[in-house]
Design a protein around this ligand. Structure first.
Ligand code: NVA
Length: 313
């Protein structure tokens, strides 16, 4: 029952390759002139709900919404108790009458999909267990800034391939025409459904999507090397078991040296130095992690602008 004409950004492949390129162009333009475009003038309200911890996402959405002339309304997920105190569909219908867009960080993707069905306004995924598409727009913008291209580049993601970041790199990277290689321990590889979804997109963009357990093979010759925490939010109870299984997948200087000499290192943060990444890599000259963090603002302003002004369903 999602209202006709309303578009959402729930997963990376909600954007076609052309639309993704358009949003990245828009992000680039907004970065050059951050205070010029005011598509949220009014100010129109954007509801931001966090059911999990946040730093970058809250800060970058709040700053970006303000720059677009809008008002960022923070809704405390713990107080709202979405799905506990009230159903997702009731919350959606209430917030949809107050806000022009709903931005939600939550657990299961199905919760976000239900919000989108009932809200009557665009809904944006600010991270779920399954996907982190706003991070990927920022990451692709960052790669484009450093490499002047996306299509044809090889990106290696080393770590928890079954996480939101692994899944999103598969879908967004394939959409951008990149060759996405995921290296994860057995049991932590992305779902076959996501890999097939990415491969289908890659077949139309000239990219590819491959997964395996060999981190060295994945990183060798890569243009971009990505990792992420081994313990995503919600998995804290598995911390000890995961630390042991993932140890051989740490992005050490030795592993990073297998990539192209001018490769860039990426991490969405928060990072745990000495665990999934060596301090020498994270803080080294080839790291672009602070650009990624900044680019969240520009990329999210672009997707909000696109959903409000350009998108049609
Ligand atoms: N995979 C991480 C990303 C944090 C931005 C998590 O879900 O906690």
């Amino acid at each position: 029952m999602s209202a006709p004409g309303i578009r959402h950004f729930l997963a990376d492949d909600d954007l076609t390759p052309e639309e993704q390129a358009r949003v990245l162009d828009l992000a680039f333009e907004l970065k050059q002139a951050p205070y010029d475009a005011k598509p949220l003038a009014g100010p129109r309200t954007v509801a931001m709900i966090f059911d999990k911890q946040t730093l970058r996402t809250q800060a970058s959405f709040a700053a970006g919404i303000a720059e677009l002339g809008g008002y960022p309304m923070l809704v405390d997920g713990a107080l709202a108790g979405i799905g506990v105190r009230e159903s997702v569909s009731d919350v959606a219908q209430v917030l949809g009458r107050q806000a022009s867009v709903i931005v939600w960080r939550t657990f299961a993707q199905t919760r976000l999909e239900e919000m989108a069905r009932y809200a009557g306004v665009p809904v944006v995924n600010a991270l779920t267990d399954e996907f982190h598409p706003c991070q990927l727009l920022a990451d692709l913008l960052t790669v484009r800034e450093h490499k002047q291209q996306l299509a044809g580049l090889t990106v290696a993601f080393v770590g928890d391939g079954a996480s939101n970041m692994g899944n999103s790199w598969l879908l967004a990277g394939a959409t951008a025409g990149m060759h996405v290689r995921i290296a994860s321990p057995e049991g932590y590889l992305p779902d076959a459904e996501i890999v097939e979804r990415a491969a289908k997109i890659a077949a139309t963009t000239g990219g590819s999507a491959t997964t395996g357990t060999d981190a060295i093979a994945a990183v060798t010759g890569a243009d971009v090397v990505v990792t992420d925490t081994w313990i995503s939010m919600g998995k804290e109870e598995e911390a000890e078991a995961r630390a042991a299984v993932f140890a051989p997948y740490s992005l050490t200087t030795e592993l990073f040296d297998r990539a192209k000499p001018d490769a860039i290192a990426m991490h969405c943060l928060p990072a745990y130095r000495g665990k999934e990444i060596d301090a020498e890599v994270l803080d080294g000259p080839q790291s672009v992690v602070w650009d990624e963090a900044e680019n969240r603002r520009h990329a999210q302003k672009a997707i909000l602008t696109f959903l409000m002004e350009e998108a049609t369903s």
